[in-house]
Design a protein around this ligand. Structure first.
Ligand code: CUA
Length: 381
């Protein structure tokens, strides 16, 4: 009976291993679009070309070692009546030398292509290079195009077939409270991870062979909504890219007036809500696609396909929900945090809820007001 139990335990163990394997295999589903084994650009190809031989060397080593373990375990297992000790080989000089030198040689061989690839990937890009700056913030990415003088968020639009030097930083020099925490920029189909460290400037090069959308993900723990800190690289063909740049460089499609100065025309109701009642404009730039802000620049929000760090498709319903109660869709600042200090002072980050947990003295947003603001934002093409 005892034997039967231990055997069923073994079957349960095997089932768990097989189940976990199948579950993990699902992570590499055909179209998850974050698959570094499906390289879509020259940098990713270099990594893949290194990964493949190293993987097969590891498979050979793994099979030999595990095979030996299994063979020895079966051959020298306990047998009733035959439990004499095997011959002891402790101190065998040839064996000691062999299993020191062989792994060292394998590692030395693997090191050659590894080091070549590392140096290759950190070279300055050459040719018709596009310069962008990616600033990691909590929990979204700001993308600046210094040569074109535009600022956008969460969707990095690039021309296909041209190298893009992505300058990485988590400090925004144009803001008083300039430094954010550590993040990591990662678009698995285009290149490896590169950390974005406060106070340091690094870069990575990406290039997409073909037009398309490539999914990115922050790959360094950066607080509450790290896991939701996604982004997209959208590669366009040359003419579509130029058109996009031209559109982004234009001023807002709907002029944003605060209505405070004596000469300004009165603002529309949605603009009043945004600049005065709920003060969205403290954190978001709405009328100038050239400037950074604490929250994403919204001047051309409606030209994007997603929002909220690429987490949600940009649809009217989602946007209304977001304006009303953003932390209900993605965990962000709480009431306690808002009461503790001004968002701009860096004491709390992320968008507040305007419909629940409203601190004393702050207005609560009605559904109708959220609709008005969202409908206004959706005109910002
Ligand atoms: Cu940003 Cu994790």
């Amino acid at each position: 009976m005892r034997r039967f139990t231990s055997r069923s335990k073994r079957w349960v163990g095997l089932a768990v291993v097989v189940g976990a394997g199948l579950l993990l295999a699902a992570c590499s589903a055909e179209n998850n679009r974050q698959n570094s084994l499906k390289p879509q650009g020259p940098q990713a190809h270099k990594i893949y070309n290194l990964f493949t031989p190293v993987f097969f060397i590891s498979v050979v080593v793994g099979v030999l070692v595990l095979g030996a373990v299994v063979v020895f375990a079966v051959r020298f297992r306990y047998r009733a009546g035959k439990n004499e000790n095997p011959k002891q080989i402790h101190g065998s000089t040839p064996l000691e030398i062999g299993w020191t030198i062989v792994p060292a040689l394998i590692l030395a061989v693997v090191a050659v292509p590894t080091i070549i690839t590392i140096f290759d990937l950190s070279k300055e890009p050459t040719g018709d290079v596009v310069n962008v700056t990616a600033i990691g913030k909590q929990w979204w990415w700001e993308f600046k195009y210094p040569d074109q003088n535009i600022v956008t968020a969460n969707e990095l639009v690039i021309p296909a077939g041209r190298p893009v030097r992505v300058n990485l930083t988590s400090c925004d020099e144009s803001l008083p409270n300039k430094c954010n925490v550590i993040h990591s920029f990662w678009v698995p189909e285009l290149n490896g991870k590169r950390d974005v460290v406060p106070g340091r400037k690094t870069f990575t090069t990406i290039e997409a062979d073909k037009p398309g959308t490539y999914l990115g993900q922050c790959a360094e723990y950066c607080g509450l909504s790290h896991a939701n800190m996604r982004f997209r690289v959208i590669a366009k063909d040359a003419s579509a890219y130029d058109r996009w740049i031209g559109e982004q460089q234009q001023g807002p499609t709907v002029a944003f007036q605060t209505g405070t100065g004596a000469d300004t025309k009165p603002a529309g109701p949605a603009q009043d809500l945004m600049s005065t009642k709920f003060q969205c404009t403290n954190c978001h730039s709405v009328g100038d696609s050239k400037v950074s802000s604490y929250g994403p620049n919204l001047t051309h929000l409606a030209s994007r396909t997603t929002f909220a760090s690429g987490y949600y498709e940009l649809t009217r319903d989602r946007l209304i929900e977001w304006v009303h109660n953003a932390p209900g869709l993605i965990p962000m600042q709480s009431k306690a945090c808002r009461e503790a200090g001004e968002p701009a002072a860096g004491k709390c980050v992320g968008m507040p809820s305007f419909s629940r947990d409203t601190p004393a003295g702050q207005p609560t947003m009605t559904q109708q007001e959220a609709v008005q603001i969202a409908d206004y934002l959706l005109q910002l093409k």
